[in-house]
Write a protein that binds this ligand. Structure first.
Ligand code: SF4
Ligand code: SF4
Length: 308
């Protein structure tokens, strides 16, 4: 294991403590900004852009217009509906500093590996007692592969468990860089039909399928995750095809079926975006999820409903 480059900079948009669902034990999730996919149900829409962004919360806004005055880039139009003109915004954050009502939030901060590790090291006791560790998520953490690798390397040097949540949409080079330092890969499998995949995520899935073979051949441990999304992949045939594909991969410990939810909905409002799926689409019920689980189990896979 080479020395960690603690000066390497990455763009982080959240560091979340006490997570139980993204690897063993108690974990801290470090969310990296930027994703090549744009899934219509994305619960972290603020993760998609590689740039630092400003979010506006109308509930806190007291209409003082100070933000517009402070912005020297004419990136704010306070007339209703309030508009942040992202094409003009340089993310200088002057408006955020000006807004005393806390209606504006910065999403995305350039941090060095040392700064991230300083926060993580405070959790050392929790990691040791719970058998937990650090999970990198996003966005797609492999799009910041050099930064991700250095974080993983530093975590392993501290003896912590490491995990990654990945879409699998990444270069082979970035996968090969990071994988030696990762204990558990949590990889999404969304849809086998590439045209349908593209319609709902913005990208075709050939690269993901190819990378699934590579990652599963290299990973110490791997869990396949399937978000079950009505109108996209929740039909029996789509889930069966995903299960069949996963079964062909070496080294898969489990497959997890994750029922659709709309937890990210509020964030779309803050972003000024339309949510990608219809309001009519509901979470699949428990009985149906059990039926899908039995079908996947019949393929010879260990299947759970929900994340670990
Ligand atoms: S400074 Fe804050 S409270 Fe005032 S108009 Fe701008 S967003 Fe609203
Ligand atoms: S971050 Fe800077 S450029 Fe962007 S809207 Fe705020 S003040 Fe204007």
């Amino acid at each position: 294991m080479g020395e960690t480059d603690t000066k390497k900079i990455g763009k982080v948009f959240n560091i979340q403590r006490f997570s139980l669902n993204d690897g063993p034990g108690l974990r801290v999730i470090v969310f990296l900004k930027g994703c090549p996919l744009s899934c219509k149900w994305c619960s972290n829409p603020e993760s998609q852009s590689y740039q630092t962004e400003i979010l506006y919360n109308s509930k806190n806004c007291i209409d003082c217009h100070d933000c517009q005055t402070s912005c020297s880039h004419q990136a704010i139009d306070v007339r209703r509906p309030y508009k942040l003109l992202r094409e003009h915004c340089t993310a200088c954050t002057d408006c955020v500093q000006t807004c005393f009502a806390n209606a504006l939030t910065v999403i995305g901060e350039d941090m060095t590996v040392a700064q991230v590790m300083e926060k993580l090291e405070k959790e050392d006791t929790m990691f040791r007692y719970s058998g937990g560790g650090v999970t990198l998520s996003g966005g797609e953490p492999l799009t910041q592969a050099d930064f991700a690798m250095e974080i993983f390397k530093a975590c392993k040097a501290n003896g912590w468990n490491t995990a990654i949540e990945t879409t699998g949409y990444a270069s082979e080079e970035s996968i090969r860089k990071c994988i030696p330092y990762i204990d558990l890969v949590l990889m999404d499998f969304k849809q086998i039909d590439s045209a349908v995949h593209k319609k709902f995520t913005g990208v075709e899935n050939e690269r993901i399928k190819k990378n699934a073979r590579l990652i599963s051949s290299l990973a110490k441990e791997m869990i396949a995750r399937v978000p079950v999304i009505p109108t996209f992949n929740a039909d029996r045939e789509s889930i069966y095809e995903i299960g069949k594909f996963v079964k062909t991969l070496p080294n898969i410990k489990e497959i997890h079926l994750l029922p659709y939810h709309r937890f990210g909905l509020g964030k779309y409002k803050l972003m000024g975006w339309e949510y990608g799926l219809s309001d009519e689409i509901k979470t699949p019920d428990e009985a149906y999820m059990k039926e899908l689980k039995e079908m996947v189990t019949s393929l010879g896979l260990t299947c759970n409903i929900g994340a670990i």
